[in-house]
Design a protein around this ligand. Structure first.
Ligand SMILES: Nc1nc2c(ncn2[C@@H]2O[C@H](COP(=O)(O)OP(=O)(O)OP(=O)(O)O)[C@@H](O)[C@H]2O)c(=O)[nH]1
Ligand SMILES: [Mg+2]
Length: 450
């Protein structure tokens, strides 16, 4: 654990630019004396007081509300002062300069929240949820972040860790007192309890994975032969004229991106150059980029011309690029053959028949996209905001529980060890024992002033 910092930090906590209100936040031992220097008095704790903010020469920089939050109940767990002035970049810069003159230093990104974590005001999963709330791209994602921030995710993890601990103690007792002649493993139903914990873990994992989807979304590559209507589909889905559409095969060269949100889940769409043999060096480079996009995407939408045999078209594309694990087939241009929109699932692949021109079938395609990333309608309601690191820790926890289960009738001491590993893995999420470099990376991704 890093030592408690002696520095007093200050930052503009509101977003850059002009606005109605602008806030400078100060945290650390000098907060009260800085407050005195700027506003001439320290208001009573947690009570807003209207004051003038002055510079070193006594000139007024701005006027507004001052708030003082004494420890330990403040955001950071240290003395905190907030100056709420006008959202004027110049006045805020002058106010910040004054705080620096009075002994503070500029805060690093995320440093207020980092201090909150180091002073036990938040655990690591909650601290990460602060950043996720700020960065949320949909209301559903914001709600998932608030759920984690309020401790729902952390409590679920803490309960899990506590039960793992009591189970481990039980198993260790069995190792330490073998002469007691009771078969602890059987009498205390250790196997059933481990299984029970695995089910609980799976429940948490599902909710965390939903949260990760909400946070990170999915990258979807639109792939197909020239002229099938990939760019038209991108434009339709994005509701914006992003890519050039012409009847000339080989129109698109560079990958073109569009971002949409479906049921709160961000989808990063990438339209690509049509796949074919080409002698044109520019087009060849475009096609190489299409293939590169396909190999990195979470999901490929294979666009086909509805007038062609879909299976044959699908097979040609699969032979022509390395596809991600998940694919959807789209038969486009159904308007040309007078077919109506449909969505059919066959051998794990959904084939949606649409017309990018008329928009028919687009809602079926949106549904198929959500389904392809395992999203159920309204799935965000139970989600915890989560990151890959959380999911990875939960996966490791599960592996150790699985090993513990398989060792129960074989070697008791190893069961205890596996339970300890499982506990440590789950414990990384709330992060009491997290390595400094990981902490550094987590907080560096925050915005300034938070
Ligand atoms: N009738 C009909 N025409 C379509 C439909 N979708 C696209 N088109 C037409 O098909 C032609 C090619 O469309 P694009 O969207 O440029 O096709 P693309 O797959 O991006 O083509 P490249 O960029 O060359 O690989 C254009 O003339 C579009 O207007 C559709 O659903 N119905
Ligand atoms: Mg195109």
């Amino acid at each position: 654990m890093r030592p408690r910092s002696a520095d007093t930090i200050a930052a503009i906590a509101t977003a850059p630019g002009r606005g109605g209100v602008g806030v400078v936040r100060v945290s650390g031992d000098l907060a009260e004396s800085i407050c005195l220097g700027v506003a001439g008095a320290v208001p009573s704790p947690r009570r807003a007081s209207f004051r003038s903010f002055g510079d070193a020469e006594g000139r007024t920089i701005d006027a507004g509300l001052v708030l003082f939050f004494p420890p330990p109940g403040s955001y950071t767990g240290e003395p905190v002062v907030e100056f709420q002035g006008h959202g004027s970049p110049q006045a805020l810069a002058a106010l910040l300069d004054r705080c620096i003159e009075l002994g503070a230093r500029i805060a690093r990104p995320g440093e207020f929240t980092e201090r909150a974590f180091l002073n036990d005001r938040l655990d690591l999963a909650q601290a990460e949820a602060v950043a996720d709330l700020i960065d949320a791209e949909s209301r559903t994602a914001a709600r998932a972040a608030i759920r984690s921030l309020s401790g729902e995710f952390s409590n679920a993890i803490r309960d899990l860790v506590a039960e793992l601990e009591s189970l481990r103690i039980m198993v260790e007792a069995a190792i330490d007192f073998p002469e007691e002649d009771i078969d602890v493993m059987a009498d205390y139903q250790i196997g059933a309890r481990v299984q029970d914990l695995m089910e609980r873990l799976d429940g948490i994992f599902t909710r965390a994975r939903l949260g990760q989807r909400l946070r990170e979304g999915a990258t979807v590559v639109l792939l197909g032969e020239p002229n099938v209507g990939k760019s038209s589909l991108l434009n339709r889905l994005a509701g914006e004229d992003l890519a050039i559409v012409t009847d000339v095969p080989g129109t698109t060269r560079d990958p073109i991106r569009g971002h949409i949100t479906l049921d709160g889940v961000p989808f990063h769409l990438v339209d690509t150059a049509g796949l074919r043999d080409s002698a044109d060096p520019v087009e060849r480079e475009g096609i190489a980029r299409s293939r590169a996009q396909a190999s990195k995407a979470d999901l490929a939408v294979l666009v086909l011309d509805a007038r062609e045999n879909a299976d044959a078209g699908f097979a040609r594309l699969a032979a022509n690029a390395s596809l991600p694990e998940r694919c959807i087939a789209v038969r486009n241009k159904i308007d040309l053959i007078g077919e109506s929109a449909s969505s059919v699932e066959r051998a794990g692949v959904t084939t949606v028949s649409v017309s990018a021109q008329t928009g028919e079938g687009l809602s079926l395609l949106r549904e198929a996209l959500l389904k392809a990333v395992d999203w159920e309608a309204g799935g965000g309601e139970g989600a915890f905001t989560a990151r890959s690191r959380h999911l990875e820790a939960l996966r490791r926890c599960r592996e150790h529980l699985q090993s513990a289960l398989s060792l129960i009738d074989v070697q008791t001491d190893l069961v205890a060890e596996e339970l300890r590993y499982a506990m440590d893995a789950a414990g990384e999420i709330t992060g009491r024992k997290t390595a400094d470099d990981l902490l550094g990376a987590i907080f560096a991704s925050f915005c300034i002033g938070k």
